[in-house]
Design a protein around this ligand. Structure first.
Ligand code: CA
Length: 227
């Protein structure tokens, strides 16, 4: 899971980042609203932790910007504003949950896990499932109708990302950055080779090419002739 943390307070930011890193969560931490909005371009994000009082504006502006871009990421608001109306305003604006500062890190982790579960992101705990295909991030196992499927590291990472974002197209760039990172320089065909192998292993009807853009696993089954 990869999470965007928008928080200007150094102590809170550091504490939250370390606690989440310990749980195996990648954290992108920025301290200004404008940087947070910039990070929304990152298609591999799974969730946003958002402070409301930021030096360059109200954190809720980021939620509104997400909605304007039709970007659907779960948002957990972290704020010292404990007035009921602020809480309601956050939830009205599209935040999913609200945690009042100061909070215990254990409670934050608990809320993040709960939000991940509600948003269908908890691959670590329950696995991702779609049309007979099951992927478990904790054990890195994949099954198709109960039969194990052996995937390479890159194939597994690509499939996990596509399954988490099912119904949303992922660009080639996002897939390359996320799943093919850390290689010794990959050529531009590498992604297509991995996708082709992945399709061969999990069968037709899952991964659809969106020409010139990237790939998607549709939430609903595809007509056979399109797959
Ligand atoms: Ca603040």
């Amino acid at each position: 899971m990869k999470l965007l943390l928008v928080e200007d307070d150094l102590d809170v930011g550091n504490g939250v980042r370390m606690a989440l890193n310990d749980q195996g969560v990648d954290v992108v931490w920025v301290r200004r609203l404008a940087q947070g909005v910039e990070q929304l371009q990152d298609e591999t994000l799974d969730m946003v932790l958002l402070d409301l009082g930021l030096p360059d504006g109200d954190g809720l502006a980021l939620v509104r910007e997400m909605r304007r871009r039709a970007r659907q990421l779960p948002v957990l608001v972290l704020s010292a504003r404990d007035a009921l109306e602020d809480r309601l305003r956050s939830l009205d604006d599209g935040a999913d949950d609200y945690l009042i500062k100061p909070f215990a890190l254990a409670e934050l982790l608990c809320r993040v896990r709960a939000l991940a579960r509600r948003s269908g992101l908890s691959g670590e705990a329950e696995g991702l499932r779609l049309r007979g295909l099951a992927l478990h991030e904790g054990t890195r196992q994949v099954g198709l109708h109960g039969q194990p499927v052996k995937l390479s590291r890159s194939e597994f990472d690509l499939l996990a990302l596509l399954l988490k974002r099912n119904g949303r197209v992922l660009t080639r760039q996002a897939l390359e950055e996320y799943a093919l990172r850390g290689g010794t320089g990959y050529d531009s065909n590498a992604l297509d080779v991995h996708m082709s192998n992945l399709r061969r292993k999990i069968g037709p009807g899952f991964i659809r090419t969106v020409r010139g853009i990237g790939y998607v696993i549709d939430a609903e089954p595809l007509p056979a002739e399109v797959a």
